[in-house]
Design a protein around this ligand. Structure first.
Ligand code: DAH
Length: 343
């Protein structure tokens, strides 16, 4: 037994392995059911009492040497097999890809921020509307072409055919919703999506964004409207910008005007963006028609107001000079990535 112990001891001490697998094989060879050490322990049970103590010590020594040799080798292979990057503290980190704000979202918040400075509150309304809020209360006569099937997406005809459900064609409907609930003074800007039954092209889309503005109080004049729009244009396009109001027609305003800003690209000299005119059209405006106030139960003899509406894509196109409207809705990251700094 003594010799068996010494020869096993030299086996253990000289054991080396080329893989974890070999270490495992060795463990089984030693400690498995029929392993050398297991058998040795079985044999030990039979040894006579006088030598038990001495042999017992030696066997235990052999056992712990074998165990520590095995775990030593296993650990060495564990470290060698571990993925190397876990150890490479000098490896450069990979940058997180940050998202960007959509250009339409950033232009919309820029517009709203300017009007907030002037004390306008933000109001919103439903995209699925009824005829009264989109047309009727805004003084559109029943036969007005804007109600035509070609412009409006109708959703549901009402039972009596009077107030069909439809997708709003402009954010002016929010004016009506606010005026129905609130008496003057009213000072609001209303951002939102609008829908029109149009063929999609570089210049037109069936869905786009508008910001509507409404100011109702006593003694509101056309000069107030003009000054508000001038302030807005200077904040958005720069201090040197000029505005021009051209007579126009909208059923809900009287008088009505089309608002142009001097071309920020050529400074008003004329270029291909402004088609040589020096002016860019940004939206419509006017003094609220008394019929609109009356239909919302606001006394048009005491109160008056102005309103304006502008297209967010139109302003984005002027700001960024991306001239195909469809780019704003396709969400192609190659386009969107260019707006990383536009927060
Ligand atoms: N709602 C008009 C449109 O969609 C824009 C507009 C024009 C709004 C004049 C107004 C306004 O409030 O006064 O074309």
């Amino acid at each position: 037994m003594q010799t068996k112990i010494s020869s096993l001891l030299s086996v253990v001490e000289s054991f080396t392995a080329n893989s974890v697998h070999e270490v495992e094989e060795f463990r089984v060879k030693m400690f498995g059911k029929k392993g050398d050490l297991t058998l040795l322990f079985d044999e030990f049970k039979q040894v006579p009492g006088e030598v038990k103590r001495e042999l017992g010590q030696k066997i235990n020594e052999l056992k712990s040497k074998a165990q520590s040799r095995i775990s030593e080798l296993k650990q060495a292979f564990d470290i060698a097999d571990a993925p190397t990057f876990a150890l490479d503290a000098s490896r450069p980190g990979s940058a997180d890809k940050l998202g960007t704000r959509h250009p339409i979202a950033s232009v919309r918040s820029e517009i709203l921020a300017i009007f907030r400075q002037l004390g306008f509150a933000v109001a919103e309304g439903p995209e699925i509307e009824d005829d009264r809020h989109v047309f009727g209360a805004l003084n559109f006569p029943p036969e007005h072409p804007a109600r035509d099937m070609q412009d409006t997406f109708f959703i549901e005809k009402s039972a009596n055919g009077e107030n069909p459900i439809l997708l709003r064609t402009h954010t002016s409907s929010i004016q009506v919703r606010v005026m129905e609930k609130q008496q003057p003074p009213i000072r609001i800007v209303c951002p939102g999506r609008v829908f029109r039954n149009e063929a999609i092209s570089a210049r037109a889309h069936c869905m786009f964004h508008q910001v509507e503005g409404l100011y109702v109080d006593q003694n509101v004049s056309f000069a107030d409207l003009k000054q508000t729009l001038l302030y807005f244009a200077k904040e958005l396009f720069g201090a040197n910008v000029e505005i021009r109001l051209r007579p126009s027609f909208f059923p809900f305003t009287e008088p009505s005007a089309e608002m142009d800003v001097s071309c920020s690209i050529c400074g008003g000299k004329g270029c291909n963006i402004c088609k040589g005119t020096g002016w860019l059209e940004v939206g419509g405006c006017g003094m609220v028609d008394p019929n609109v106030l009356d239909s919302c139960k606001i006394d048009s003899k005491t109160y008056g107001g102005f309103a304006f509406g502008m297209g967010v894509e139109r302003i984005a196109m002027l700001k960024y000079q991306a001239r195909d409207l469809r780019l704003y809705f396709e969400n192609d990251v190659r386009f969107l990535r260019q707006f990383t700094a536009a927060m």
